[in-house]
Design a protein around this ligand. Sequence first.
Ligand SMILES: NC(=O)c1ccc[n+]([C@@H]2O[C@H](COP(=O)([O-])OP(=O)(O)OC[C@H]3O[C@@H](n4cnc5c(N)ncnc54)[C@H](O)[C@@H]3O)[C@@H](O)[C@H]2O)c1
Length: 316
Amino acid sequence: MAKKILIIGACGQIGTELSLKLREMHGNDAVVASDIREGDAELMQSGPFEIADATDAKLIESLIDKYEINEVYLMAAMLSATAEKAPMKAWSLNMDSLFHILNMAKAKKIEKVFWPSSIAVFGPSTPKENTPQSTIMEPTTVYGISKQTGERWCEYFHKKYGVDVRSIRYPGIISYKTLPGGGTTDYAIEIFHEALKKGSYTSFLDKDTALPMMFMDDAIKATVDIMEAPAGDIKVRSSYNLSAMSFTPESLAAEIRKHIPDFSIDYAPDFRQEIADTWPSSIDDSRAREDWGWEHNFDIEKLTTEMLEGIKAHAV
Ligand SMILES: NC(=O)c1ccc[n+]([C@@H]2O[C@H](COP(=O)([O-])OP(=O)(O)OC[C@H]3O[C@@H](n4cnc5c(N)ncnc54)[C@H](O)[C@@H]3O)[C@@H](O)[C@H]2O)c1
C-alpha cells in the first residue's frame, strides 16, 4: 500500500524539516502536516495542512480516516525548559497525545508510528560519559519523566499488542531554518545568530557544560532511516540512544572564532543550567549503529560552517 503520512506538530523545529523531507521522498500529497498553528510558507504551500490539537483524539482520528493515513509521526510536545514552567500542561500534552496514537495503532487504524524521545530521559544518577543504551534512568524534569514514561508505554504497546512504534532519543538538535521550541540546548542555536548579528553572545549555560548535540540533517536522516528499516531490525522498542557529537559552549565559541575571529562569549547560567547538569555529556549509540545502520555526517566543524552559512543565506 502507498504511504500516507500524518505529521502532528509539523510546524516545529524538527517537524518542519521532517515534513519537507518526507514530501520530497513520497510526494507532497502523501504527507499531511498538522499543528495547532500555521507554519512557515514553504511548509504551508507544499502540501496538505490541517489545524489539529494532538490531545483531541476524535479530531486526529477523523484526519486519519479522511486522508487514509497509515503512518503517524507524533512531534508535538512541550520541551524541557518550557515544561518546567507548566508541568501539568506538559504532562497532559506529552502523554495524552501519545496514548491516542498508540491506541489507534493498537486498533489497526495505522500501521507505523514514530515518536521521539530525548536525552532528558537520563538523570543525575546516570553515568554521564558515553551513557549506555540501558542504564539507570532517574530523570528530574517533567519533560524527562514524560519521555521516560512514553518509552515504557511504546515498548509495552509493541510487546503486548504488536504495535510497530519506533523511537529515537534525540540529543540537542541544531538548525537554522526554524527557531527552536524552548529546550535546554537552544543556546547552541542562539549563539550562531548572535555571533553574526552582534559578534558576541551571553550563554545561559556555563562554559564547560558538555552536552550531546546533532545537526538537523542528521536528525532527519536518523528519523527516516529508522522508519524505513525492516521491522525485524528494530530490536529496541523503547527508544534508541543516538549520537553525533558533544561540545561545551566554550568549545563551540572556539569553533565559531575560526570564522569570526573577534567573536566573544560570556556566561550567565540560568535555570536551564540545573537541567543540563542532570543530562549526559556524551552518548553510546552503538545499538542504533548495529541494529539499523545509523551513521552521522556532521561533526562540530561541519556543523559550524553549515550554521553560519545557512543563517546568512536564510536572512536574505
Ligand atoms: N529539538 C530538540 O532539540 C529535541 C531534542 C530531543 C527531543 N525532541 C523531541 O522532538 C519532538 C519535536 O521537537 P521540536 O524541537 O520540533 O519541538 P517544537 O517545540 O519546535 O515543535 C513542537 C510543535 O508542536 C506543536 N504543538 C504544541 N502543542 C500542540 C498540540 N496540542 N497539538 C498539536 N501540535 C502542538 C507546536 O505548535 C510546535 O509547532 C518533540 O517530541 C521533542 O520532545 C526535540
